[in-house]
Design a protein around this ligand. Structure first.
Ligand SMILES: [Zn+2]
Length: 402
């Protein structure tokens, strides 16, 4: 058994939207009440437990929410439990002291009360049944079947989503050992370049929407704080930011899906995204590509499909090394888009050469991630490898952001 999540959009009615918003307010209030009570306890030299915090909130909640009978009490209870978890992480030195929750365009609440308190409609699984709120239509059928362990409902801009955690019987991943090995160079100019020359383009969502983004942020800053126009401008900006995120993640899902088809292992470079972000010239383009999110998707999909991901050490010279004879150049500048080996005459696109190097790392290792370049066999001497471009599917982008 494994716990797998599926997040999908909800299609609530107008009345349900109002109820969902009330639940968000309720959960945020409970969290902030627990925050104040815990701080007051600390000042009095008392370390309040989660039960104390719940008791204190329950004594007062009717004053703040007169029509509390219409709301599921789980939203408040779970918020206090989440605050307590944050306190535990603070106590163990893992995190800073939790902050109070602000009212903004992103809010959420957790509505379940243990296993099976939230259910997917049994007839056709097109609806989810929530305590106190009732049946809400789902935008798509859940990917998994099984009991729902946890259900978190969230709002981003004007849309509502539900993330459900299912208890799933996962079949063993298929045996892929007979399939070929591939290499993949992850970068900024192209999202991913494969050793066979296939290029997955970066949608560069931020760059294409930058003018719109600037216009909307400027219009927001001109409005009077918390006036009617300010809220409107804020909502429009939130919608655009959500659209950018969706364009990006859609391209990532499509690329990772295609990359992992019909292979047994994939060689990649171990990218330290945090380290790269320190480079101020590159940081904007890097943040736009959000390579970290891409690698996360690549890795979890590989596990499910029984594909081995081989990360080359960070000092492996994937761009400097000639994939044909193994000669390592002293320096390759960022503007050099073409690799030419002065020793054996090998020529290739810079990223394709790097991808072939990474493929060789993947095929020369079994389970370990080192042994770099030691037993590498040269392939394809002296011929030019071209690039075949694949653009993210336009139709699907529209679907994801509609
Ligand atoms: Zn060479």
């Amino acid at each position: 058994m494994a716990l797998l999540a599926h997040k999908t959009a909800l299609q609530p009615t107008q009345a349900q939207r109002q109820l969902l918003n009330q639940h968000c307010d309720f959960a945020r209030n409970a969290y902030n009440a627990a925050h104040s009570d815990f701080k007051a306890g600390l000042e009095a030299g008392e370390f309040r437990s989660v039960y104390d915090l719940k008791k204190l909130f329950n004594q007062r909640k009717r004053e703040v929410f007169p029509d509390i009978c219409d709301l599921s009490q789980n939203a408040g209870k779970n918020a206090i439990h989440n605050f307590h978890d944050a306190i535990q992480r603070w106590k163990s030195g893992q995190n800073h002291f939790p902050k109070r929750k602000k009212h903004n365009s992103r809010s959420s609440f957790q509505i379940d009360n243990g296993v099976d308190s939230v259910k997917v409609s049994s007839e056709d699984s097109t609806h989810v049944i929530l305590p106190k709120i009732g049946k809400i239509r789902l935008s798509e059928k859940p990917r998994w079947t099984g009991s729902v362990r946890r259900a978190v409902i969230s709002r981003t801009a004007h849309r509502w989503f539900i993330s459900m955690l299912f208890d799933v019987d996962v079949p063993d991943p298929p045996d892929t050992s007979a399939l070929p090995v591939a290499g993949c160079d992850v970068g900024i100019s192209a999202l991913a370049t494969m050793d066979d020359g296939t290029v997955y383009e970066n949608p560069r969502a931020l760059r294409t929407q930058e003018r719109k983004l600037k216009r909307l942020s400027r219009s927001l800053s001109r409005k009077q704080y918390r006036s009617g126009g300010w809220w409107k401008a804020k909502a429009l900006l939130a919608r655009l930011l959500m659209r950018i995120t969706h364009i990006r993640s859609d391209a990532h899902h499509q690329a990772t899906h295609r990359i992992l088809q019909g292979i047994s292992a994939l060689g990649i470079e171990s990218l330290s995204v945090k380290g790269l972000m320190k480079n101020r010239k590159l940081s904007k383009a890097l943040a736009d590509a959000s390579l970290g999110g891409f690698l996360v998707k690549l890795k979890y999909k590989a596990v499910r499909r029984g594909i081995r991901i081989v990360e080359a050490d960070s000092f492996f010279p994937s761009t400097k090394r000639c994939s044909s004879c193994g000669y390592v150049k002293q320096k390759v500048s960022l503007s050099e888009r073409h690799y030419h080996c002065g020793v054996c005459g090998f020529e290739a696109d810079r990223d394709v050469n790097a991808a072939i190097n990474l493929k060789q790392v993947a095929s020369s290792t079994d389970e370990t991630r080192n042994a770099v370049g030691a037993s590498v066999t040269p392939t394809g001497v002296g011929w030019m490898r071209g690039r075949r471009k694949i653009k993210p599917n336009q139709a699907l982008i529209h679907f994801a952001t509609a």
